[in-house]
Design a protein around this ligand. Structure first.
Ligand SMILES: [Zn+2]
Length: 268
């Protein structure tokens, strides 16, 4: 007899491999976006990838996600300069993350391809913000606004989220960071964080954005204490808050409701 379950298992495992490889390629693409946005190079120009140091164009062999970096032992074949470990780490990170997201949505119960597509796009935007704020201390406003509009349209039109919840979320996120920005004249927090608060609001809705903000402060504080204790930073070192916001947004996307239930259970 035909074993349907064995067949779907087989299909499932193959799908995870595909998603993983797709993740490596997407990670490589996101690396190039982070760098091109930062260096003001046209995003979708035909120019091939190049070494960030000597600008030598890379052959296809030097441009395979993860593998090329390992084979080249983290050095450019032309100028011999170190290639940052950020690149393979981002590729591997995106691949692992997308595989987890696919695992989250399979088996296909209550599944919408819009959910999956939206999450892949959200994660792509968050990776760009995470890496860009960490490496260059900047959150580009175009990235955030495009992300916010995409999220708003998909959440409302295809996933039928409650508009009021998203609007309230944007108000909470934008208001909370906006107030700090105004009170401190932009010293505590940057304008990029305020815009990001709005984006997080329309992505997450009003409940989960509160979770995300709490979480970002907790993780940021732990990170800051760690840096102070290990003397890697002093009190004046700028903390890349967008990096923590990106991280906490992902957690709130998947575990926001569980965290709320857990927290409310503690109060009882
Ligand atoms: Zn080079």
């Amino acid at each position: 007899m035909f074993e349907l379950s064995a067949y779907t298992n087989y299909l499932g495992n193959a799908a995870y491999f595909l998603v993983f490889f797709f993740g490596l390629i997407l990670g490589s693409f996101l690396n190039s976006i982070v760098w091109r946005l930062w260096d003001n190079i046209a995003l979708f120009s035909r120019s091939r990838s190049m070494c960030v140091n000597c600008r030598q164009k890379l052959s296809w062999k030097e441009n395979i996600p993860l593998l090329s970096w390992l084979v080249l032992k983290g050095r450019c074949a032309h100028c011999n300069k170190d290639i940052s470990a950020y690149y393979p780490l981002v590729e591997l990170g995106v691949a692992i993350f997308l595989t987890l997201v696919a695992y989250h949505y399979f088996p296909i119960s209550n599944f919408s391809e819009w959910n999956l597509l939206r999450d892949f796009v959200f994660i792509s935007f968050l990776v760009i913000i995470f890496v860009q704020d960490l490496r260059y201390q900047v959150i580009l406003s175009n990235v955030v606004w495009i992300g916010a509009i995409f999220g708003l349209v998909v959440n409302i039109s295809f996933l039928h989220y409650d508009f009021n919840s998203l609007a309230l979320g944007a108000l909470i996120g934008g208001g909370f960071f906006g107030a700090q920005y105004l009170l401190s004249n932009g010293r505590w927090i940057g304008g990029g964080d305020v815009r990001m608060g709005v984006m997080m609001g329309v992505w997450l809705g009003w409940q989960n954005i509160i979770v995300a903000i709490f979480l970002a402060y907790i993780v940021g504080a732990i990170f800051a204490i760690f840096l102070l204790l290990t003397k890697k930073a002093d009190r004046k070192t700028a903390i890349p808050f967008g990096t923590f916001l990106a991280f906490s947004t992902v957690i709130a996307m998947y575990w926001g409701q569980s965290l709320i239930h857990w927290y409310l259970g503690l109060l009882r």
